[in-house]
Design a protein around this ligand. Structure first.
Ligand SMILES: Cc1cc2nc3c(=O)[nH]c(=O)nc-3n(C[C@H](O)[C@H](O)[C@H](O)COP(=O)(O)OP(=O)(O)OC[C@H]3O[C@@H](n4cnc5c(N)ncnc54)[C@H](O)[C@@H]3O)c2cc1C
Length: 336
Protein backbone atom coordinates (compact mmCIF):
# COMPACT_ATOMS: atom_id res chain seq x y z
CA UNK A 1 0.00 0.00 0.00
CA UNK A 2 1.48 3.38 -0.99
CA UNK A 3 2.17 5.66 1.96
CA UNK A 4 1.21 9.32 2.01
CA UNK A 5 2.32 11.80 4.65
CA UNK A 6 -0.06 14.70 5.23
CA UNK A 7 1.57 17.63 6.98
CA UNK A 8 -1.03 19.61 8.94
CA UNK A 9 -4.13 18.36 10.78
CA UNK A 10 -6.37 21.31 9.95
CA UNK A 11 -9.40 21.24 7.66
CA UNK A 12 -7.31 20.83 4.48
CA UNK A 13 -5.40 17.96 6.08
CA UNK A 14 -8.64 16.31 7.21
CA UNK A 15 -10.23 16.61 3.79
CA UNK A 16 -7.15 15.18 2.04
CA UNK A 17 -6.80 12.41 4.64
CA UNK A 18 -10.40 11.23 4.29
CA UNK A 19 -10.25 11.17 0.49
CA UNK A 20 -6.86 9.42 0.33
CA UNK A 21 -7.88 6.89 2.96
CA UNK A 22 -10.96 6.15 0.88
CA UNK A 23 -8.76 5.79 -2.22
CA UNK A 24 -6.69 3.10 -0.49
CA UNK A 25 -3.59 5.02 0.59
CA UNK A 26 -1.82 4.32 3.85
CA UNK A 27 -2.36 7.75 5.44
CA UNK A 28 -0.33 9.32 8.25
CA UNK A 29 -0.99 12.91 9.38
CA UNK A 30 1.49 14.89 11.46
CA UNK A 31 0.97 18.25 13.11
CA UNK A 32 3.33 20.31 15.20
CA UNK A 33 0.48 21.46 17.45
CA UNK A 34 -0.70 19.54 20.50
CA UNK A 35 -4.06 18.73 18.93
CA UNK A 36 -5.67 18.65 15.49
CA UNK A 37 -7.75 21.53 14.13
CA UNK A 38 -5.25 24.17 13.02
CA UNK A 39 -6.97 27.52 12.80
CA UNK A 40 -10.28 25.94 13.83
CA UNK A 41 -9.20 26.54 17.42
CA UNK A 42 -11.39 26.03 20.49
CA UNK A 43 -10.46 26.11 24.18
CA UNK A 44 -12.33 25.55 27.41
CA UNK A 45 -12.07 27.89 30.41
CA UNK A 46 -10.65 25.05 32.50
CA UNK A 47 -9.82 21.35 32.24
CA UNK A 48 -13.37 20.58 33.43
CA UNK A 49 -15.04 19.19 30.27
CA UNK A 50 -18.26 20.95 31.29
CA UNK A 51 -16.65 24.39 31.48
CA UNK A 52 -17.57 26.99 28.86
CA UNK A 53 -15.61 26.99 25.63
CA UNK A 54 -14.73 29.59 23.05
CA UNK A 55 -13.64 29.59 19.43
CA UNK A 56 -10.70 31.96 19.02
CA UNK A 57 -9.77 31.13 15.42
CA UNK A 58 -12.45 30.50 12.78
CA UNK A 59 -15.87 31.49 14.09
CA UNK A 60 -18.26 29.75 11.74
CA UNK A 61 -18.23 28.70 8.13
CA UNK A 62 -20.40 28.68 5.08
CA UNK A 63 -20.81 25.81 2.60
CA UNK A 64 -21.81 26.35 -1.01
CA UNK A 65 -19.89 23.76 -3.02
CA UNK A 66 -22.12 20.69 -3.67
CA UNK A 67 -19.45 18.16 -2.66
CA UNK A 68 -18.71 20.03 0.56
CA UNK A 69 -22.43 20.26 1.25
CA UNK A 70 -22.68 16.46 1.22
CA UNK A 71 -20.16 16.35 4.07
CA UNK A 72 -21.88 19.19 5.91
CA UNK A 73 -25.35 17.60 5.68
CA UNK A 74 -23.96 14.35 7.05
CA UNK A 75 -22.29 16.12 9.96
CA UNK A 76 -25.38 18.23 10.68
CA UNK A 77 -27.35 14.98 10.90
CA UNK A 78 -24.72 13.55 13.28
CA UNK A 79 -24.93 16.76 15.33
CA UNK A 80 -21.21 17.47 15.12
CA UNK A 81 -22.20 20.58 13.19
CA UNK A 82 -25.04 22.96 13.96
CA UNK A 83 -26.54 26.07 12.44
CA UNK A 84 -25.84 29.31 14.26
CA UNK A 85 -28.23 32.23 13.83
CA UNK A 86 -26.99 35.15 15.89
CA UNK A 87 -28.51 38.60 15.76
CA UNK A 88 -25.79 40.31 13.72
CA UNK A 89 -24.98 44.01 14.03
CA UNK A 90 -22.75 46.40 12.12
CA UNK A 91 -20.65 48.88 14.10
CA UNK A 92 -19.72 52.11 12.31
CA UNK A 93 -18.14 55.34 13.43
CA UNK A 94 -20.70 58.16 13.28
CA UNK A 95 -20.50 61.82 14.21
CA UNK A 96 -21.27 61.01 17.83
CA UNK A 97 -19.11 57.92 18.17
CA UNK A 98 -19.88 54.31 17.39
CA UNK A 99 -23.29 53.36 16.02
CA UNK A 100 -24.59 49.80 16.28
CA UNK A 101 -27.22 48.86 13.75
CA UNK A 102 -28.91 45.54 13.14
CA UNK A 103 -27.55 43.85 10.04
CA UNK A 104 -29.81 40.87 9.47
CA UNK A 105 -28.99 38.38 6.75
CA UNK A 106 -30.16 34.90 5.84
CA UNK A 107 -26.69 33.38 5.56
CA UNK A 108 -26.39 29.83 6.86
CA UNK A 109 -23.61 29.88 9.48
CA UNK A 110 -22.20 26.53 10.53
CA UNK A 111 -20.51 25.89 13.86
CA UNK A 112 -19.50 22.97 16.03
CA UNK A 113 -21.95 22.74 18.95
CA UNK A 114 -18.86 21.99 21.07
CA UNK A 115 -16.63 24.33 19.10
CA UNK A 116 -15.23 24.15 15.56
CA UNK A 117 -12.16 22.28 16.72
CA UNK A 118 -14.37 19.42 17.91
CA UNK A 119 -15.70 18.99 14.36
CA UNK A 120 -12.22 18.71 12.81
CA UNK A 121 -11.18 16.17 15.42
CA UNK A 122 -14.33 14.19 14.70
CA UNK A 123 -13.45 14.08 10.98
CA UNK A 124 -10.16 12.33 11.73
CA UNK A 125 -11.58 10.09 14.43
CA UNK A 126 -14.58 8.73 12.56
CA UNK A 127 -12.32 7.56 9.71
CA UNK A 128 -9.75 6.24 12.20
CA UNK A 129 -6.94 8.25 10.59
CA UNK A 130 -3.47 7.94 12.13
CA UNK A 131 -2.89 11.51 13.41
CA UNK A 132 0.33 12.26 15.24
CA UNK A 133 0.23 15.58 17.06
CA UNK A 134 3.21 17.28 18.63
CA UNK A 135 5.30 16.17 15.66
CA UNK A 136 6.53 19.13 13.62
CA UNK A 137 8.33 18.57 10.33
CA UNK A 138 11.59 20.49 10.24
CA UNK A 139 12.71 19.62 6.75
CA UNK A 140 11.23 17.81 3.77
CA UNK A 141 13.63 16.21 1.32
CA UNK A 142 13.18 14.43 -1.98
CA UNK A 143 14.81 11.00 -2.01
CA UNK A 144 15.10 8.38 -4.76
CA UNK A 145 12.17 6.52 -3.16
CA UNK A 146 9.89 9.48 -2.41
CA UNK A 147 10.05 11.93 0.50
CA UNK A 148 11.84 12.01 3.82
CA UNK A 149 10.47 14.19 6.61
CA UNK A 150 12.76 15.21 9.43
CA UNK A 151 10.64 15.12 12.60
CA UNK A 152 13.43 16.15 14.97
CA UNK A 153 13.31 14.11 18.16
CA UNK A 154 10.65 11.88 16.55
CA UNK A 155 13.12 10.71 13.90
CA UNK A 156 12.50 10.50 10.16
CA UNK A 157 9.40 9.51 8.22
CA UNK A 158 9.63 8.13 4.68
CA UNK A 159 6.62 8.38 2.39
CA UNK A 160 5.81 7.77 -1.28
CA UNK A 161 3.86 11.03 -1.48
CA UNK A 162 3.29 14.19 0.56
CA UNK A 163 0.38 16.60 0.93
CA UNK A 164 1.73 19.77 2.53
CA UNK A 165 -1.01 21.93 4.08
CA UNK A 166 1.07 24.29 6.22
CA UNK A 167 0.63 28.03 5.57
CA UNK A 168 2.70 29.21 2.59
CA UNK A 169 5.66 30.66 4.49
CA UNK A 170 6.01 27.54 6.60
CA UNK A 171 5.66 25.29 3.53
CA UNK A 172 8.44 27.21 1.75
CA UNK A 173 10.71 26.89 4.78
CA UNK A 174 10.22 23.12 4.94
CA UNK A 175 11.02 22.67 1.27
CA UNK A 176 14.13 24.85 1.16
CA UNK A 177 15.49 25.13 -2.42
CA UNK A 178 12.73 22.87 -3.76
CA UNK A 179 10.22 25.68 -3.05
CA UNK A 180 11.57 27.45 -6.14
CA UNK A 181 9.92 24.76 -8.30
CA UNK A 182 6.45 25.72 -7.02
CA UNK A 183 5.17 29.06 -8.39
CA UNK A 184 2.47 29.24 -5.69
CA UNK A 185 5.22 29.81 -3.15
CA UNK A 186 6.76 32.75 -5.05
CA UNK A 187 4.90 35.29 -2.86
CA UNK A 188 4.62 33.13 0.22
CA UNK A 189 5.07 36.12 2.56
CA UNK A 190 1.87 37.74 1.30
CA UNK A 191 -0.32 34.63 1.15
CA UNK A 192 -1.79 35.02 4.63
CA UNK A 193 -2.17 38.11 6.77
CA UNK A 194 -2.09 38.17 10.60
CA UNK A 195 -4.86 38.57 13.17
CA UNK A 196 -4.77 39.47 16.85
CA UNK A 197 -7.46 37.56 18.73
CA UNK A 198 -8.77 38.23 22.22
CA UNK A 199 -11.27 36.49 24.48
CA UNK A 200 -12.99 38.49 27.21
CA UNK A 201 -15.63 37.55 29.76
CA UNK A 202 -18.32 40.21 29.39
CA UNK A 203 -22.10 40.38 29.71
CA UNK A 204 -24.42 39.45 26.88
CA UNK A 205 -25.95 42.24 24.83
CA UNK A 206 -29.69 42.27 24.41
CA UNK A 207 -29.67 43.28 20.78
CA UNK A 208 -26.79 41.40 19.19
CA UNK A 209 -24.57 38.38 19.53
CA UNK A 210 -22.17 39.09 16.69
CA UNK A 211 -20.75 42.40 15.48
CA UNK A 212 -18.96 43.25 12.25
CA UNK A 213 -16.86 46.35 12.87
CA UNK A 214 -16.17 48.77 10.03
CA UNK A 215 -12.88 50.67 9.92
CA UNK A 216 -11.70 49.99 13.44
CA UNK A 217 -8.83 48.10 15.01
CA UNK A 218 -11.54 45.47 15.65
CA UNK A 219 -13.19 43.63 12.80
CA UNK A 220 -15.38 41.04 14.55
CA UNK A 221 -16.88 40.36 17.99
CA UNK A 222 -18.93 37.26 18.87
CA UNK A 223 -20.66 36.04 22.01
CA UNK A 224 -19.61 32.38 22.26
CA UNK A 225 -22.27 31.63 24.83
CA UNK A 226 -24.89 32.11 22.15
CA UNK A 227 -23.51 29.28 20.04
CA UNK A 228 -25.57 26.09 20.02
CA UNK A 229 -25.01 23.59 22.81
CA UNK A 230 -23.33 26.06 25.16
CA UNK A 231 -24.27 25.81 28.80
CA UNK A 232 -25.54 29.07 30.24
CA UNK A 233 -22.94 30.70 32.39
CA UNK A 234 -22.63 34.05 34.13
CA UNK A 235 -19.33 34.69 32.42
CA UNK A 236 -20.20 35.21 28.77
CA UNK A 237 -17.18 34.79 26.60
CA UNK A 238 -16.71 37.18 23.72
CA UNK A 239 -14.15 36.56 20.98
CA UNK A 240 -12.74 39.79 19.52
CA UNK A 241 -10.73 39.78 16.29
CA UNK A 242 -8.62 42.67 15.09
CA UNK A 243 -8.64 43.67 11.42
CA UNK A 244 -5.72 42.83 9.10
CA UNK A 245 -4.30 46.36 8.90
CA UNK A 246 -4.21 46.84 12.66
CA UNK A 247 -2.86 43.30 13.19
CA UNK A 248 -0.06 43.81 10.65
CA UNK A 249 0.88 47.26 11.93
CA UNK A 250 0.97 46.07 15.57
CA UNK A 251 2.23 42.53 14.92
CA UNK A 252 5.05 42.65 17.47
CA UNK A 253 3.22 44.67 20.16
CA UNK A 254 2.83 43.10 23.59
CA UNK A 255 -0.38 41.15 24.26
CA UNK A 256 -1.18 43.65 27.05
CA UNK A 257 -1.05 46.63 24.71
CA UNK A 258 -3.14 44.85 22.06
CA UNK A 259 -5.68 43.82 24.71
CA UNK A 260 -5.90 47.37 26.05
CA UNK A 261 -6.67 48.83 22.60
CA UNK A 262 -9.18 46.17 21.60
CA UNK A 263 -11.10 46.04 24.88
CA UNK A 264 -11.33 49.86 24.90
CA UNK A 265 -12.83 49.79 21.44
CA UNK A 266 -15.19 46.95 22.36
CA UNK A 267 -16.37 48.99 25.35
CA UNK A 268 -16.87 52.07 23.16
CA UNK A 269 -18.89 50.07 20.62
CA UNK A 270 -21.09 48.22 23.09
CA UNK A 271 -21.40 50.76 25.90
CA UNK A 272 -20.05 48.20 28.39
CA UNK A 273 -17.82 49.42 31.22
CA UNK A 274 -14.21 48.27 31.53
CA UNK A 275 -15.01 46.84 34.98
CA UNK A 276 -17.59 44.53 33.36
CA UNK A 277 -14.86 42.81 31.32
CA UNK A 278 -12.20 40.32 32.24
CA UNK A 279 -9.44 39.29 29.87
CA UNK A 280 -9.36 35.52 29.36
CA UNK A 281 -6.95 34.94 26.51
CA UNK A 282 -4.88 36.69 23.87
CA UNK A 283 -3.56 35.00 20.76
CA UNK A 284 -1.60 36.24 17.79
CA UNK A 285 -2.29 34.43 14.54
CA UNK A 286 0.73 35.19 12.41
CA UNK A 287 -0.90 33.54 9.39
CA UNK A 288 -4.65 33.94 9.69
CA UNK A 289 -6.59 34.87 6.59
CA UNK A 290 -5.80 35.31 2.90
CA UNK A 291 -3.53 38.22 2.12
CA UNK A 292 -3.06 40.01 -1.22
CA UNK A 293 -1.12 37.18 -2.90
CA UNK A 294 -3.66 34.50 -1.95
CA UNK A 295 -6.51 36.31 -3.65
CA UNK A 296 -4.57 36.18 -6.89
CA UNK A 297 -3.80 32.47 -6.52
CA UNK A 298 -7.13 30.66 -6.09
CA UNK A 299 -5.84 27.46 -7.72
CA UNK A 300 -7.09 25.04 -5.03
CA UNK A 301 -3.79 23.18 -4.84
CA UNK A 302 -0.45 22.97 -6.57
CA UNK A 303 1.16 19.71 -7.48
CA UNK A 304 4.65 18.67 -8.45
CA UNK A 305 3.19 15.42 -9.68
CA UNK A 306 6.36 13.79 -10.96
CA UNK A 307 7.55 14.09 -7.42
CA UNK A 308 4.19 13.19 -5.81
CA UNK A 309 4.10 16.36 -3.75
CA UNK A 310 0.97 18.51 -3.50
CA UNK A 311 0.62 21.85 -1.74
CA UNK A 312 -2.82 22.48 -0.23
CA UNK A 313 -4.48 24.80 2.27
CA UNK A 314 -6.99 27.62 2.40
CA UNK A 315 -4.46 30.12 1.04
CA UNK A 316 -4.64 28.31 -2.35
CA UNK A 317 -8.42 28.31 -2.48
CA UNK A 318 -9.68 31.73 -1.50
CA UNK A 319 -9.30 31.24 2.25
CA UNK A 320 -11.86 30.10 4.80
CA UNK A 321 -12.90 26.69 6.02
CA UNK A 322 -14.70 25.79 2.81
CA UNK A 323 -11.64 26.75 0.75
CA UNK A 324 -9.43 24.59 2.97
CA UNK A 325 -11.78 21.63 2.55
CA UNK A 326 -11.91 21.99 -1.23
CA UNK A 327 -8.15 22.40 -1.42
CA UNK A 328 -7.53 19.20 0.55
CA UNK A 329 -9.98 17.32 -1.67
CA UNK A 330 -8.30 18.68 -4.82
CA UNK A 331 -4.89 17.62 -3.50
CA UNK A 332 -6.16 14.09 -2.91
CA UNK A 333 -7.64 13.97 -6.42
CA UNK A 334 -4.23 14.94 -7.84
CA UNK A 335 -2.60 11.94 -6.20
CA UNK A 336 -5.48 9.69 -7.28
C1 LIG B 1 -8.75 34.57 13.64
C2 LIG B 1 -9.30 33.77 12.50
C3 LIG B 1 -10.64 33.88 12.16
C4 LIG B 1 -11.17 33.13 11.10
N1 LIG B 1 -12.50 33.20 10.83
C5 LIG B 1 -13.01 32.39 9.89
C6 LIG B 1 -14.42 32.32 9.72
O1 LIG B 1 -15.18 32.92 10.47
N2 LIG B 1 -14.90 31.51 8.73
C7 LIG B 1 -14.06 30.76 7.94
O2 LIG B 1 -14.55 30.02 7.08
N3 LIG B 1 -12.73 30.80 8.11
C8 LIG B 1 -12.20 31.58 9.08
N4 LIG B 1 -10.86 31.59 9.29
C9 LIG B 1 -10.00 30.84 8.37
C10 LIG B 1 -10.01 29.33 8.67
O3 LIG B 1 -9.67 29.11 10.01
C11 LIG B 1 -8.99 28.68 7.75
O4 LIG B 1 -9.34 28.98 6.41
C12 LIG B 1 -8.90 27.16 7.87
O5 LIG B 1 -9.03 26.72 9.19
C13 LIG B 1 -7.55 26.77 7.28
O6 LIG B 1 -7.38 25.37 7.30
P1 LIG B 1 -6.03 24.75 6.71
O7 LIG B 1 -6.10 23.30 6.97
O8 LIG B 1 -5.83 25.23 5.33
O9 LIG B 1 -4.85 25.41 7.57
P2 LIG B 1 -4.54 25.34 9.12
O10 LIG B 1 -5.79 25.24 9.90
O11 LIG B 1 -3.62 26.47 9.41
O12 LIG B 1 -3.77 23.95 9.27
C14 LIG B 1 -2.41 23.83 8.96
C15 LIG B 1 -1.77 22.96 10.02
O13 LIG B 1 -0.41 22.74 9.67
C16 LIG B 1 0.32 22.62 10.85
N5 LIG B 1 1.73 22.83 10.55
C17 LIG B 1 2.33 23.95 10.10
N6 LIG B 1 3.65 23.75 9.93
C18 LIG B 1 3.88 22.46 10.28
C19 LIG B 1 5.05 21.65 10.34
N7 LIG B 1 6.25 22.14 10.00
N8 LIG B 1 4.93 20.37 10.75
C20 LIG B 1 3.73 19.86 11.13
N9 LIG B 1 2.59 20.60 11.11
C21 LIG B 1 2.67 21.87 10.68
C22 LIG B 1 -0.28 23.68 11.76
O14 LIG B 1 -0.01 23.41 13.13
C23 LIG B 1 -1.76 23.58 11.41
O15 LIG B 1 -2.46 22.75 12.32
C24 LIG B 1 -10.31 32.29 10.35
C25 LIG B 1 -8.97 32.17 10.72
C26 LIG B 1 -8.47 32.88 11.80
C27 LIG B 1 -7.04 32.68 12.21
Amino acid sequence: MAKVLIIGAGVAGASAALALDEAGWDVVVVDKARRPGGRCATRRLSVDPASPWFDYGAQYFTARDPAFRVRVERDLASRVLARWSPAVCMAEQGRNGWQLTASPDDRERLIGPDGLNHWVRYLFEQADIDVRCGQGVRRLQRTTQGWRADLGEHGYFNADAVVLTAPAVQAATLLGDYAGALPALANADDALSPCHSLVVAAPALAECQAIFVKDGPLSWCADNSHKAGQTRTNARLWTLHAGPEFSAARLEDTPESIAATLTREFADITGLQARQMRLVRTHRWRYARPGPAATALDMRCQAALNDRLVLAGDWLAGGRVEGAWLSGAAAAAQLG
